[in-house]
Design a protein around this ligand. Structure first.
Ligand code: N6E
Length: 189
């Protein structure tokens, strides 16, 4: 539920459902003999099944986005990350038929321990950053992920239409801002 303040009272905005999902994506990066690589997962179940994405998922309980990204990366591919080593790289809002559907915090890191291994939910695979399989990913990824992999920051809104589920909806438009200083606006958590 979101609220809008006027001078006298605070009231709910009727067209914003209370069900918006808050989620994370995490992109581990490494250098192999001068080639920059990113760890993606092939999602084996749930939303976006069969597509590549970063490790990630929905916030649970009282955890912060950073804690969620660490937990999801551990659960999905077995890498251990210190939350302080995650760099906030983006905030993405996915809208479905005009309603806010998912708000996603994007992180990247070069510091992690362990070797990625498959889980029930995900099959991990390293890709050169200039050979990312955008044709097997969410349609919006090609619009913001290249910037994230180049070390930039992004804030974007991506609009889908055509009813649920989100991964069967049609991509209809977007707005994207680059070079956002998340520390300066107090949004690096
Ligand atoms: C619309 N365009 C999109 N583009 C890129 N990424 C998108 C996305 N829409 C959702 N995502 C991400 O997909 C993951 C699903 O979350 P995830 O918790 O794995 O969902 P799933 O339905 O499988 O639920 P479980 O928690 O496994 O039960 C989560 O990181 C979320 O940010």
């Amino acid at each position: 539920m979101t609220f809008e303040a006027d001078t006298e009272r605070v009231y709910p905005v009727p067209d914003e459902p209370a069900t918006m999902i808050e989620a994370t994506l995490c992109f581990p990066l490494r250098d192999v003999g001068g080639t920059e690589e990113v760890l993606l997962i092939e999602k084996r179940r749930g939303l976006g099944e069969g597509w590549y994405n970063g490790p990630g998922g929905k916030l649970e309980g009282e955890e912060t986005p950073r804690e969620c990204a660490v937990r999801e990366t551990r659960e999905e591919v077995g890498l251990e990350i210190d939350p302080a080593d995650l760099e906030k790289a983006g905030e993405l809002e996915f809208r479905l038929d005009g309603d806010r559907h998912t708000f996603c915090h994007v992180f990247r890191t070069r510091q992690f321990a362990g070797e990625p291994h498959p889980s029930e939910e995900a099959y991990p695979e390293w890709f050169a950053v200039d050979d990312v399989p955008y044709d097997r990913m969410w349609e919006d990824d090609r619009l913001w992920l290249p910037a994230v992999l180049e070390g930039e920051t992004v804030v974007g809104e991506f609009r889908f239409v055509g009813g649920k589920p989100l991964d069967e909806a049609e991509f209809a438009g977007h707005d994207l801002e680059r070079d956002v200083d998340f520390d300066a606006i107090g949004r690096s958590r």
